[in-house]
Design a protein around this ligand. Structure first.
Ligand SMILES: Nc1ncnc2c1ncn2[C@@H]1O[C@H](COP(=O)(O)OP(=O)(O)O)[C@@H](O)[C@H]1O
Ligand SMILES: [Mg+2]
Length: 335
């Protein structure tokens, strides 16, 4: 009987991957006579995933994050964090999450260690536990040995790591990062990406906002593309690329058919049904890699190539970039 199992008589029920965050019909208007910054947004973030909110400036990303972190009051819809409503369970919600804000808000006149211990005090850590937890986190983000430096002597990358350490003080289940790598040098950016992947390994749920396509692509399990206060697409990076029309092109590898007279692979492929353009990418030891663009019928390629004395040995659909997806969906560049 299922009720017996659920009561725990035969051990705890199997874990269910519940949603860490549920956003339903979220709306926000800052001024009653002003425009809506968020116009009915829906998405769910599963426990343990890296979820991206990708969109241009002014899309409503920070506003959405503000509601999830209880800083911004929604004018419509609802948001649940670990099943708790952000408008009625603010304290419990705040214990479950942490934010790395878009603008650094460290106390620059204090040392790195003091910044962390003050924050730990706010969460009720004892004096001893504050220091231990702070030092542990400083080591985790690679700032060991720099704990007594004042923050105004820190580089941008170091300050960002310190902000992350501070956010992690109370061991939040969910970490939200608002444009975390904007303005960082490439090395700090890679460090941050590694840190985020590492946190995911440990089971932390991450939400990241960005206007950087490559960042979203590299890091996120799923991405919501946001524009003018609305989610215009939501999928895995691969799934988003599939939104691009089929004419994105194919890459093929061809070899000469045994005994066939030598032909020009580019010309042969260029004459296949639907192909508007064909370019050679590489050619070595008879193996030629080409790309073809147009409304290509893959089934028609084999006989067309065979007619030119070529065997098709590999075929794959070319994947567009997320930048192309954004342009396809909105008719505009992201930046
Ligand atoms: N505190 C505020 N008061 C009034 N309007 C705001 C406020 N914060 C943001 N907005 C407006 O809401 C819209 C969305 O902004 P924001 O959520 O910051 O977007 P993003 O983070 O994607 O750049 C913008 O038009 C912005 O000007
Ligand atoms: Mg923002």
């Amino acid at each position: 009987m299922s009720t017996v199992t659920e009561s725990g008589a035969f051990g705890p029920p199997p874990p269910v991957a519940a949603d860490a965050i549920v956003v339903e019909g979220l709306r926000k208007r800052y001024r009653t006579d002003g425009p809506e910054a968020v116009k009915g947004i829906d998405f769910r973030v599963a426990q343990g995933e890296i979820f991206g909110l990708l969109g241009p400036n002014g899309a409503g990303k920070t506003t959405t994050i503000g509601v999830i972190t209880t800083r911004v009051r929604p004018t419509g819809g609802r948001v649940l964090v670990d099943g708790l409503d952000v408008t009625t369970d603010q304290v419990a919600v705040k214990l479950r999450l942490a934010i790395v804000p878009q603008r650094p808000n460290l106390d620059r006149s204090l040392s790195a260690l003091e910044n962390l211990t003050f924050h730990a005090a706010y969460f009720g850590f004892s004096r001893k536990a504050r220091r231990e937890r702070a030092l542990e986190l400083l080591e985790q983000v690679g700032l060991k040995g720099r704990e007594d430096d004042r923050v105004d002597q820190y580089s941008g990358g170091m300050a960002q790591r310190l902000i992350i350490a501070r956010a992690l003080i109370h061991r939040p289940q969910i970490l939200i990062l608002d444009e975390p790598t904007t303005g960082l040098d490439p090395q700090s950016r890679l460090f941050l990406w590694d840190t985020m992947r590492d946190l995911r390994e440990r089971g932390t749920t991450l939400i990241l906002t960005t206007h950087d396509m490559a960042e979203a692509d590299q890091l996120c399990d799923r991405i919501a593309i946001v524009d003018h206060g609305e989610v215009i697409a939501l999928d895995t990076p691969r799934g988003l690329r599939r939104l691009l029309p089929g004419e994105q092109g194919v890459e093929v590898v061809v070899v000469p058919r045994a005994g066939a007279a030598g032909t020009d692979p580019a010309a042969t492929l260029g004459a296949a049904p639907g192909v508007e353009r064909a370019d050679v990418v590489t050619s070595a030891e008879g193996r030629t890699t080409l790309r073809a663009y147009g409304a290509i019928d893959a089934a028609g390629l084999v006989p067309a190539l065979a007619a030119g004395g070529l065997d098709l040995v590999e075929l794959r659909q070319l994947e567009g970039s997320l930048e192309e997806v954004f342009v396809h969906l909105t008719g505009r560049e992201l930046r």
